[in-house]
Design a protein around this ligand. Structure first.
Ligand SMILES: *[C@@H]1O[C@H](CO)[C@@H](O)[C@H](O)[C@H]1NC(C)=O
Ligand SMILES: *[C@@H]1O[C@H](CO)[C@@H](O)[C@H](O)[C@H]1NC(C)=O
Length: 275
């Protein structure tokens, strides 16, 4: 009894000294699916140590996780199927950060400060199907990313990407690709449209307003300009011309007046006769 109490005291203090404060919950994602949800943590390694080793999902929100270290989720590799870092200021992910997570299906690092997506992160993750790097500062995606595991859904929207390497996409067999709100050039968008059409890839978003310029607008220009004149500057001028032609040159007009204006020139973007 006395010894028991002493041991409990020692483990208690050692435990508290070693494991820093954090807020993590174990909750149900659905029946029989266990989710370890942490928020506002400064020490994700300590949180991982306190998680049940057979947990299915782990997420961190509004936390401070600048670097995701190599193999830091090793102890959870048995069952870990979903792993998410949401608004954790993440700047860097070490090459082997997720190595050994053979059950991982879903990986999200969103609202961070990543500048690159590396192919090495995904090696051996044969069950990975969904990845989201939405809302980082990504400028570059390594070519090897596009030939790793058979991904089904990739979200790289709201980053700083200027183009995707079309030539490296031959083995990229996603079903859904979200790339809205990057810095894609018109030239690049024009190429991507053709690629997406050929592959039948879904790009829509569940918020209808969450869209880049419509394909039809881009195609109006790439079909009109001779290929030899097709540089970014003339493309941009053409887009400006097309859009300004489709707006009346006046102030304070109503939708009804706009529709009257369109009677003379039709717009592929608006149907005034809808009832
Ligand atoms: C845009 O319109 C201006 C004036 O209407 C014209 O001079 C110019 O050639 C047009 N540019 C393109 C790229 O269509
Ligand atoms: C349009 O509306 C604003 C605010 O009501 C007004 O100040 C302006 O003079 C109007 N412009 C024209 C061309 O009617």
């Amino acid at each position: 009894m006395k010894l028991h109490g002493l041991l409990a005291f020692i483990f208690g203090t050692v435990g508290f000294a070693r494991l820093s404060r954090s807020s993590c919950l174990l909750r149900n994602a659905k029946p029989n699916v266990y989710w370890y949800q942490c928020f506002r943590t400064n020490n994700y390694l300590a949180d991982v140590e306190r998680a049940p080793i057979d947990v299915d999902r782990v997420t961190f929100g509004n936390s401070n996780i600048k670097i995701v270290l190599d193999r830091s989720f090793d102890r959870l590799s048995k069952n870990l199927a979903r792993l998410g870092f949401f608004y954790c200021g993440t700047e860097e992910i070490e090459n082997n950060a997720f190595q050994g997570l053979t059950e991982l299906e879903f990986l999200a690092v969103t609202g961070g400060k990543l500048q690159v997506i590396k192919g090495a992160w995904f090696e051996g993750l044969s069950k990975l199907r969904v990845v989201s790097f939405q809302n980082n500062q990504i400028k570059h995606i390594e070519d090897s990313f596009f030939s790793t595991s058979p991904l089904q859904v990739v979200d790289i929207s709201s980053n700083k990407i200027t183009c995707l390497p079309i030539a490296s996409l031959t083995n990229f067999k996603v079903k859904e690709l979200y790339f809205q709100f990057n810095r894609l050039t018109w030239m690049c968008q024009d190429m991507i449209i053709d690629w997406l059409k050929g592959k039948n890839i879904e790009t829509g978003h569940h918020f209808p307003e969450y869209k880049d310029a419509p394909y039809e607008l881009i195609k109006m220009c790439s079909n009109k300009l001779p290929k030899s004149y097709l540089d970014e500057e003339s493309f941009n001028k053409c887009i400006e011309n097309r859009t300004s032609e489709l707006l009346p040159n006046r102030e304070n007009y109503t939708i009804k007046q706009f529709c009257e204006f369109l009677e003379k020139k039709s717009s592929p973007f608006l149907d005034c006769n809808e009832d």
